[in-house]
Design a protein around this ligand. Sequence first.
Ligand SMILES: Cc1cc2nc3c(=O)[nH]c(=O)nc-3n(C[C@H](O)[C@H](O)[C@H](O)COP(=O)(O)OP(=O)(O)OC[C@H]3O[C@@H](n4cnc5c(N)ncnc54)[C@H](O)[C@@H]3O)c2cc1C
Length: 380
Amino acid sequence: MNLEFTEDQKAVQRLARDFAEGEVRPRAPKWDASGEFPHDLIPKMAELGFMGLTIPEKYNGAGLDLVSAALVIEEVAKACGSVALTLASHNGLCSRHIFDFGSEDQRKKYLPDLASGKKLGAWALTEPGSGSDASGMRTRAVADKDGFTINGSKAFITQGSVGHTYVILASTSPEKKQKGITAFVMEKATPGLKSGKPEDKLGCRASDTAQLSLENVRVKKDQIVGEMDRGFIDTLKILDKGRIVIGAMALGLGEAALAASVRYAKEREQFGKPISEFQAIQWKIANMATELEAARLLVYRAAFKQAKGEKTTLESAQAKLFASEAAIRACNDAIQIHGGYGYIKEYPVERYWRDAKLCEIGEGTSEVQRMVIAKHILGA
Ligand SMILES: Cc1cc2nc3c(=O)[nH]c(=O)nc-3n(C[C@H](O)[C@H](O)[C@H](O)COP(=O)(O)OP(=O)(O)OC[C@H]3O[C@@H](n4cnc5c(N)ncnc54)[C@H](O)[C@@H]3O)c2cc1C
């Protein structure tokens, strides 16, 4: 399989790298400390096409392939996990669900504002009582002749409080479990739809995460995204793409930890020489570099396959699983290489660790990825 980036993909990578270095990296520690959502960055990212990465130009998007989208997320993650997560969920979950499964009317209505950054998108599957097991979903959409009434709540929703356009999954046929879930699109101003206050998190602190509550929310039939009762089946296809992007985010964070470690190991002297001359440090650097290279191959192998329109359930799960765990190992070693300085906020490596931890949890935990992979291998 050819994993060479095209000239266009390399140009997008350079654009994202320059943007991340100039606009994101210098401010990331402050956003991390305050947990403040970087609103002023959204128009700048929109100008570069980052708010509509894979959405076609006719809906104001950048019309990029998934490989380019992954490159953007990787570069942004090197500077700030929070901004990478914002882009990953806005693009890869909300907008993508509307584009892949929405009607032409829904695409025209919602995508231009999302892709131009005028509106932020959120996508809500998880609930307080159901995460890995979506069949335990309690949010119910009850049909009547004019549409549906939805009651329930959603947990850990990225852009949950700052979002404007929401794709929300609700059970329409509870007896059919996962095969009875439907996706609905709605705007923030919908009566009965309320956001909780932003969660105070371990990492990705400047990405907005909030609960949603739905109390007698009225929606019309034309707000169904895709087909009735097929919302979870469509979700699995969305996650096949989303997991590649979370893998790219993990890769970026791991690479940032490696770069910081190489720099520090060459500067820091103990016993009269740079610590990079000690074999214990060299082996850590060698392990980090090798595992991240393996992660890169898995992430971009999956991205190239997706870009060709192939199914990547297995490859996406493997990419996300390996990249997120490799990133955590790399960040852990980076903290160790920095010694006491790795444990304080003056150096970025502890932030990389906190941000990378999300990649082992969001869009399916590492345990869930292993379940997906084992099912494919065992043919169960
Ligand atoms: C910062 C952040 C942002 C998020 N953004 C969104 C979002 O935008 N939209 C959204 O819908 N969700 C979002 N999530 C939710 C995320 O997808 C869930 O947290 C995740 O899927 C895990 O669900 P849970 O938290 O309910 O954990 P649980 O499912 O309760 O799992 C708890 C533990 O049990 C393990 N476990 C569960 N089942 C099994 C099993 N069968 N075998 C082995 N182990 C198992 C899990 O792996 C985990 O270790 C976000 C979460 C975070 C932290």
